[in-house]
Write a protein that binds this ligand. Structure first.
Ligand code: ATP
Length: 318
């Protein structure tokens, strides 16, 4: 498959600090990609170098095989949706969406802008100013404004961060649908693992300026390359050097047969709606969590139990 974007050993130094450290990445056309990592790991800096808002200290940013390091943001066929939307406050929703096309003197700007507003289901708010729109609606305008330019690559910097959890989930599904509908390659930055896992064809997990793993959601979750990736993508119990996910950790009152097991004491049981988290303290003082269905949970706080798991569910790291 053809690569839209290639990062080749890209690094960014700020005085006394390396924010991005030799990052290499290849994005194929038409995919939904995410950059996932904790605050300060270098996600935004990486995105800004791709968009042309920062210059790499070393390495190359290539779009369609061409080194674009020296090109300004507007000279690249890349569009960015910022976290704070960055809408023009004095322009209506429609005018905001038209803006980039008018700058480019696209003759069919009016029809294209209307189609983009339709795509984000905001036709009814075309004449509203940003101040008259809700957070979710502003986000849709920002998205339409970028989509309408039909860029080779759309960069999204935590675009759902300001939305309430319900709207966030709804927008998440809509984003994915829009990506599929337009065929534009999306690169989505987030520190929310659920968001990255549910949206991406492939995600890059970043830590301290480096990509620790790049793979499909199943690969990074089920076969994490490092202990950091394993811990960042979900809960993890550590039995010595062996990692076991809470959903693979079982609990019994009697000694289990044939499985690997540790004894512990139930510290608390948290009801989480459709499942229950049993928190236990092991004999070595460490804590472990078992995710159980409601009917599996017949345990009491203070009770001595066995936590056990199957060898196939073990994760090992160097
Ligand atoms: P967040 O999720 O909090 O937005 P991030 O992963 O996007 O974090 P970056 O914004 O890329 O992280 O920052 C990476 C590191 O570089 C951080 O330690 C940050 O303090 C530092 N940094 C970012 N921009 C600058 C700058 N202009 N000057 C100096 N240091 C910077």
């Amino acid at each position: 498959m053809e690569a839209v974007l290639e990062l080749c050993g890209v690094a960014k130094d700020y005085p006394g600090h390396r924010a991005v450290d030799s990052v290499s990445l290849r994005l194929e056309r038409g995919g939904f990609y995410s950059l996932l990592g904790p605050s300060g790991c270098g996600k935004t800096t990486t995105l800004r170098m791709i968009g042309g808002f920062e210059t790499p200290t070393s390495g190359e940013v290539r779009l369609n095989g061409v080194n674009v390091n020296a090109l300004r943001p507007w000279q690249r066929d890349v569009s960015t949706v910022f976290q704070n939307y960055a809408l023009f406050p004095h322009l209506t929703a429609l005018r905001n969406v038209e803006f980039g096309l008018r700058e480019r003197r696209a003759p069919d700007y009016a029809a294209r802008a209307l189609r983009a507003l339709e795509l984000v289901q905001l036709t009814a708010k075309r004449d509203s100013l940003p101040a008259q729109l809700s957070g979710g609606e502003k986000q849709r305008v920002a998205l339409a404004r970028s989509l309408v330019l039909e860029p080779q690559l759309l960069l999204l910097d935590e675009p759902l961060a300001a939305l309430d959890p319900r709207l966030r989930k709804q927008m998440r599904a809509e984003l994915k649908a829009m990506q599929r509908q337009t065929g534009i390659t999306f690169l989505f930055v987030t520190h929310d693992q659920e968001e990255a896992l549910s949206l991406s064809d492939k995600l890059a997990v970043m830590n301290r300026g480096r990509i620790e793993q790049f793979g499909s959601p199943e690969e990074v979750y089920l076969r994490p390359a490092t202990a950091f990736v394993a811990g960042f993508l979900g809960g993890m119990n550590w039995f010595g050097n062996t990692g076991v996910r809470p959903e693979s950790t079982r609990v019994t009152q009697t000694v289990p047969q044939g499985a690997r097991a540790r004894q512990g004491t139930v510290e608390s049981i948290l009801f989480l709606g459709n499942y229950v988290h049993l928190n236990a303290r092991l004999e070595d003082g460490k804590r472990a969590v078992a995710e159980l269905t409601r009917d599996q949970s017949r345990f009491a706080e203070g009770e001595t139990v066995w936590l056990h798991w199957q060898p196939a569910d073990e994760l090992h790291f160097k």
